[in-house]
Design a protein around this ligand. Structure first.
Ligand code: NAP
Length: 294
């Protein structure tokens, strides 16, 4: 049995937010300006509304200006693109975020591609993705950037280590794999997907496993080697009648069977989750500083 260390995303996130807040205050004293984040939500998906509210709260806590745009479900693609273009041309706005998913009649890719790359604080645009792929400075997608911050904080070296990423989405799996293969992080990265044969063979030989699958409790203790580091990105709702809401949140990793085998593990909630919004704030501050330097 191994005494594993719980990676406390809440704590790291709070520390980073304090730094963002202090830097924002210093910049305000110097330039009499603060970063401004604009968030657009189309429709009334309750989960998306909660995310948008949390982003607004975090932005104001960091000392930013914040504006949200709540648009109705029947907003057209053209109307949404016009709003994005207005915000692109507004010098006072540093970051634009369009909350996903969008209603089916709107092409998400087209909308995301409309956001100016220097204001793309989600880091999803093809331009920022391209910069990431060639190892250039860019606005990085927030969840994988948050994972890097957790690894740094806990001094978990990836140099020369085998990292197994389960999942190849554009928002988590692919970018975290790209980040960890860069010089400096120097990991040997394997990226798995739903067609991977003998997944357990891949996970068992990994020093670090990053699970971004979207399946509750998928990775179990028998799939990892003793001393592995497990980073659980999953956020899944499972029915739980004992809870007021009728559900609880679990990750992609079966915490109970893993906890005595891992050297480090992220809990869900309280692991990777809190980092995402904090890194969004970090990207907004970065976009603001880049604008000041122009
Ligand atoms: P996604 O777009 O649905 O991608 C899931 C990936 O998992 C796909 O690449 C899929 O492979 C792979 N997969 C599915 N079943 C598999 C299997 N049996 N073996 C190996 N790979 C398998 O999901 P996502 O957007 O990356 O999100 C993943 C999870 O992270 C979700 O629970 C999501 O809610 C959560 N998430 C959390 C945060 C956060 O802030 N903490 C942010 C984003 C996402 P194929 O490509 O072959 O289908």
């Amino acid at each position: 049995m191994i005494m594993s260390t719980l990676i406390n995303g809440k704590e790291v996130s709070l520390l980073l937010r304090e730094n963002i807040k202090s830097e924002t205050a210093l910049l305000k004293d110097r330039y009499n300006k603060v970063p401004k984040l604009a968030v657009i939500l189309v429709g009334n998906n309750p989960a998306s509304q909660t995310y948008v509210n949390s982003k607004g709260k975090a932005a104001l806590e960091c000392g930013f200006e914040y504006k949200d745009y709540f648009l109705s479900d029947n907003t057209t693609e053209e109307e949404l693109i016009n709003l994005v273009n207005t915000l692109n041309n507004d010098e006072s706005v540093n970051g634009i975020l369009v909350q996903l998913p969008l209603p089916k009649h709107i092409n998400e890719e087209k909308v995301i591609n409309t956001i100016k790359s220097e204001k793309d604080v989600d880091g999803f645009s093809p331009y920022n993705t391209g910069l990431l792929a060639i190892g250039e400075d860019c606005l990085m997608p927030c969840t994988p950037a948050g994972i890097l911050e957790l690894l740094k904080y806990y001094n978990i070296s990836t140099v020369g280590k085998r990292v197994c990423v389960i999942g190849r989405s554009n928002i988590v799996g692919k970018p975290i794999a790209l980040m960890l293969m860069q010089k400096g992080w120097d990991a040997t990265v394997t990226v798995c997907n739903s067609k991977t044969e003998n997944l357990t063979e891949e996970t068992k030989r990994a020093d670090i496993i990053i699970a971004a699958i979207g399946k509750p409790n998928f990775l179990t203790g028998d799939m990892v080697s003793d001393g592995a580091v497990v980073i659980d990105v999953g956020i899944n709702r499972v029915e739980d009648k004992t809870k007021k809401k009728g559900y609880r949140i679990v990750g992609d990793c079966d915490f109970d069977s893993l906890v005595d085998k891992c050297s480090f593990i992220t809990p869900v909630p309280g692991g990777v989750g809190p980092m995402t919004i904090t890194l969004l704030m970090n990207n907004t501050l970065k976009a603001f500083k880049n604008h000041l330097e122009k």
